[in-house]
Design a protein around this ligand. Structure first.
Ligand code: ASP
Ligand code: MG
Length: 278
């Protein structure tokens, strides 16, 4: 079977398994948003913009702020969310991709990492059973190993070298404040270190997921935005919710669907995961 058709089949399988796992646990699925005025400022990403009927919009980079606002109304949510990111051209990047965006109220980083282990194991185990000819990667065992950004840099230099050197998925933790987004919660005990995590696939497949605990208190959010040198006006709607104390403690993650398919099928370029993406 052609690589793009195999990918399409496995992509459908990943989404089915992920939905089964989440719906079974009481998550509410929220519809995605493409046109928005409130989107993730992601360090290395420029917003793509468009104008429709004289109104200007960003194309969603991620629904992080919508996820946080939704925590005021729901305890556990997910979105199968198409994102546009003008980031860089590489075998690991698509300008248009889809992430499984998940958020949970009142959970800690450790709890979410355990949740991610269970989700990833569930997806891989079930897909291996259904498509033994196509999926050769082993079902990982939990707990996945954790490595701090500091240790990663000392031992491997960068994330891709770490990924090339490992044989099972790892969590990369303890990101530095200046290297990540303002909404990832800063550890109250360790100034400058964030309570977030990336899932790193082995054999050079690189980053598969990012997530973290979130800042939710108005004063802390404003401080973090200022430290980044970003204009507060970009986040007006979000800041209004924060000011009214409508953001709750939460944590979550975004799992790249195409990156997971690329890893599961051992593909050398992410473009091969999508039938109509060139
Ligand atoms: N907003 C993150 C991203 O899109 C995912 C998350 O932290 O939930 O990379
Ligand atoms: Mg990321």
């Amino acid at each position: 079977m052609d690589e793009k058709l195999k990918s399409t089949l496995i992509c459908s399988g990943v989404l089915k398994e992920a939905r089964d796992f989440l719906l079974e646990r009481g998550f509410v699925e929220i519809l995605p948003l493409i046109l928005t005025r409130l989107s993730d400022p992601l360090l290395e990403t420029k917003y793509a913009k468009t104008k429709i009927y004289d109104k200007e919009y960003f194309l969603t980079t991620s629904m992080i702020f919508q996820k946080q606002i939704l925590m005021n109304y729901f305890e556990k949510i997910f979105i199968v969310s198409p994102n546009i990111r003008i980031e860089k051209e590489s075998p690991h990047h698509l300008v248009e991709f889809v992430q499984l965006d998940v958020e949970m109220r009142n959970v800690t980083k450790e709890k979410v990492m355990e949740f991610i282990e269970d989700l990833v194991i569930y997806i891989i185990r079930n897909l291996k059973e259904k498509y033994p000819q196509l999926i050769k990667v082993p079902v990982p065992e939990k707990p996945f190993k954790r490595i701090s950004v500091k240790e990663m840099k000392e031992k491997y230099g960068n994330m891709l070298n770490l990924s090339q050197s490992i044989k099972e998925p790892y969590f990369l933790v303890d990101f530095l404040e200046e290297e990540r987004e303002f909404y990832d919660r800063e550890d109250p005990q360790r100034y400058g270190i964030l309570l977030d995590y990336d899932l790193i696939y082995p054999f050079g497949f690189g980053e598969g997921l990012s997530g973290g605990e979130r800042e939710y208190e108005y004063e802390r959010i404003v401080d973090r935005i200022k430290r980044k040198g970003l204009p507060l006006s970009l986040f007006k709607e979000y800041l209004e919710y924060a000011k009214e104390r409508k953001l709750k403690p939460s944590a979550g993650f975004g799992l790249g669907i195409e990156r997971m398919v690329k890893y599961l099928l051992g593909l050398d370029h992410i473009r091969k995961t999508r039938i109509f993406v060139y």
